[in-house]
Ligand binder design. Sequence first.
Ligand SMILES: NC(=O)c1ccc[n+]([C@@H]2O[C@H](COP(=O)([O-])OP(=O)(O)OC[C@H]3O[C@@H](n4cnc5c(N)ncnc54)[C@H](OP(=O)(O)O)[C@@H]3O)[C@@H](O)[C@H]2O)c1
Length: 266
Amino acid sequence: MDLGLKGRVCAVTGASGGIGLEVTRQLCDEGARVLMISRDPEQLAAMAEVVRAEGGTVEVVVLDVTDDFAGDQVVAAAKQGFGQLDVLINNAGAARWRDLEDASEADYRFQFELSVMAPLNLMRAAIPDMARRGWGRVVNVSSTAGKRPSSQMPDYSVGKAAQLALSRQFADRYAGDGVLVNAVCPGPTASDLWMAPGGLLDQSRDEAGGESRDEALAAVGSKRPIGRLASPEEIASAIVFLSSERASYVSGAAWGVDGGTVPVII
Ligand SMILES: NC(=O)c1ccc[n+]([C@@H]2O[C@H](COP(=O)([O-])OP(=O)(O)OC[C@H]3O[C@@H](n4cnc5c(N)ncnc54)[C@H](OP(=O)(O)O)[C@@H]3O)[C@@H](O)[C@H]2O)c1
C-alpha cells in the first residue's frame, strides 16, 4: 500500500530512540522527510546518521519539548530545513514506577508539562499553517495508562489521560480544515523505557523482589492477551499509518496498540 507520505515533512519528538526512532525510519521508508527532535545532542546526531545511512532524509533539532518556545523552534526548523511542516508526532515521554502514596506534586507537574503542555505548545505552533494549507496530521503518543490508569504509574497515567482529552479537543476543532489529530495508546513496548538498565523492567523487578529479567519480562507479557511486549516497530506502524494520506477518515481516535491489554471495545 502506498501511504501517500512521499515528500511530506514530519516532525517527530523523542526521535533518538525507541518508538520515535522507528517512526522516523518508517516515515523515511515512505519517502517522507523528518525533523528528529530530542535533548541529548550526541545520541540524536548518532541516530540521525544511522537513518541517513539507510537512505533517509533527516535534520535534527536538539531541544526539550517542555521549553516555552519549543513549538516555534520546531516549526521554524521545519520551514528552514524543508519549507513547511505537514505532520507532527508528539512522542517524547518518560515514566517511572511508583506507588500512589510516593508520587509527589512535582512528579504530577513533570508529567503534565511533558504529556500535556508540550503537545499543546507544539500543536498550537504547527496546526494553523497546516489548516491554512488544508492538509495536516498530528499523532499524540499516549498510553494504555491514559485509558486505564496504572496503579504503578499514577502521575504518568494522569498526564496521559489528559493528553487524550487534549488530542480530542484539537481533533474536533481542526478536522474540518483537513488537519486530522489522533492518539495512539501503546501497551508495554520493548524500548529503552522498559529495557534499559534501571528502566521499567528493573523497577518492576525491584517491586516483585528477586525475579530474573527474563521472569519479569514474561510476567509483564503474560498480563496481555497477546502474551508479550510490543516491539517499537509495531507501535510505529500504527503511528505512521495515522500520519498518512490513507488515514483520511480517522479523526479524534485513541487507538489501542496494546495486544488487547485494555479490556474495552471503544
Ligand atoms: N515503551 C512503552 O512501554 C510505552 C508504552 C506506552 C506509551 N509509551 C509512550 O511512547 C512514547 C515513546 O516512548 P519510548 O518507549 O520510545 O521511550 P524511550 O525509549 O525512553 O525514548 C524516549 C525518547 O524521548 C526523548 N525525550 C524524553 N524526554 C524529552 C523531552 N523533555 N524533550 C525532548 N525529548 C525527550 C528521549 O531522548 P532524550 O532523553 O535525549 O531527550 C528519547 O528520544 C512516550 O510518550 C511514552 O510515554 C511507551
